[in-house]
Design a protein around this ligand. Structure first.
Ligand code: ZN
Length: 160
């Protein structure tokens, strides 16, 4: 069975940056399943997997444009620590910020200096060339329920 829209694809992968340093690896025994064609994974990876079959192994290079987007300096801001109220503010902490359009998006604290806090609203891997070593472990038809929800339901539990 080939990877196509409305298929549930189970993969394992190692994600490296453009210097070959491992960023993330799927742990043994914890394979990753996604519903193909519903933008559940980054476009560069989803496109590369289309048409492949179980057992295929491939190396996929993904540009920022097809990955987590370009890095945007405008997404980095320095704000007054008073804005955080009672929350514990330290490097690496994540908060929700409001966009000018009123939507919430996650930001990560990258610097705390005196009463000034620098937050970065870019995705953690924004602006990076990524390399995935992927192996396709399985391909199956999605259930009607999975298709209507737009995501995979793992065996026996439906946690939303
Ligand atoms: Zn669901």
């Amino acid at each position: 069975m080939q990877v196509a829209d409305k298929k549930v694809v189970t993969i394992t992968y190692v994600l490296k940056d453009d210097k070959g340093v491992t960023i993330e690896a799927v742990p043994d025994g914890q394979d990753f399943a996604y519903l193909h064609g519903y933008q559940n994974i980054i476009p560069g990876l989803e496109n590369a997997l289309a048409g492949k079959t179980q057992g295929d192994e491939l190396t996929v290079n993904v540009s920022p444009e097809e990955g987590y987007g370009p890095y945007d300096d405008n997404m980095v801001q320095t704000v007054d620590i008073a804005l955080f109220g009672d929350a514990e503010v330290k490097v690496g902490a994540q908060f929700a910020a409001d966009s000018p359009e009123g939507e919430q998006f996650p930001v990560t604290v990258t610097k705390v200096e005196n009463d000034k806090v620098t937050v970065d609203g870019n995705a953690p891997l924004a602006g990076q060339d990524l390399c995935f070593d992927v192996k396709i472990l399985g391909v199956r038809d999605a259930t009607e329920e999975e298709v209507s929800h737009g995501h995979v339901h793992s065996a026996g539990d439906h946690d939303h």
